[in-house]
Design a binder for this molecule. Structure first.
Ligand code: SF4
Ligand code: SF4
Length: 162
């Protein structure tokens, strides 16, 4: 399915997600890098050595969940926008997502925007909690949004309607 549509299957998505117990403990990275390409900025971005790619730069990155502190440094460093952070520790009914977002206009904190699935389809409204765009992120802003837990495996992006 990925080769034909660019969209991972539900099985592929669940394979790279941490357990619900881990998600509920606090922020943790999710790496959705499904295709072998020569790339490794995620590895160098992680000072906790939680991301490993092995000897071949074409290998898929593997996340060591035990080592991931949820610092978020890898999110803006992935050129493929393949990494996000999820955090289920704040509420029983919602999940905080930190996603890379390179479109303009950027959303504004405190507003509601459209939550999209991996096909770019609208699934639900989401609250914009934080917008981070420091120079060190090199033009890849990171947006924190609060999303209904029912969309844990579906939510992937936002649309800001100007
Ligand atoms: S969130 Fe932080 S600790 Fe976890 S993989 Fe990314 S850079 Fe490493
Ligand atoms: S930086 Fe992004 S695209 Fe490159 S290997 Fe890491 S997760 Fe994959």
């Amino acid at each position: 399915m990925l080769e034909k549509t660019g969209i991972p299957t539900e099985e592929m998505i669940k394979e790279v997600f941490p357990s619900i117990d881990r998600i509920n403990k606090g922020p943790v990275a999710v790496i959705e890098c499904y295709q072998k390409i020569p790339c490794n900025p995620c590895v160098t971005a992680c000072r906790f050595n939680a991301i490993n790619i092995g000897d071949d730069i074409n290998n898929l990155p593997e996340l060591d969940i035990e080592k991931c502190t949820g610092c978020g440094m890898c999110v803006s460093k992935c050129p493929g926008l393949s990494i996000m952070l999820i955090d289920g520790s704040k509420s029983e009914s919602t999940i905080l997502f930190k996603i890379p977002y390179e479109f303009l206009p950027l959303p504004e904190e405190g507003t509601i925007v459209k939550g999209l699935n991996r096909k770019g389809e609208y699934i639900t409204d989401v609250d914009v909690i934080k917008v981070l765009n420091p120079k060190s992120f090199d033009r890849t802003p990171v947006i924190t949004v609060e999303v209904d837990r029912n969309y844990l495996y579906e939510f992937r992006n936002i649309r800001v309607e100007g």
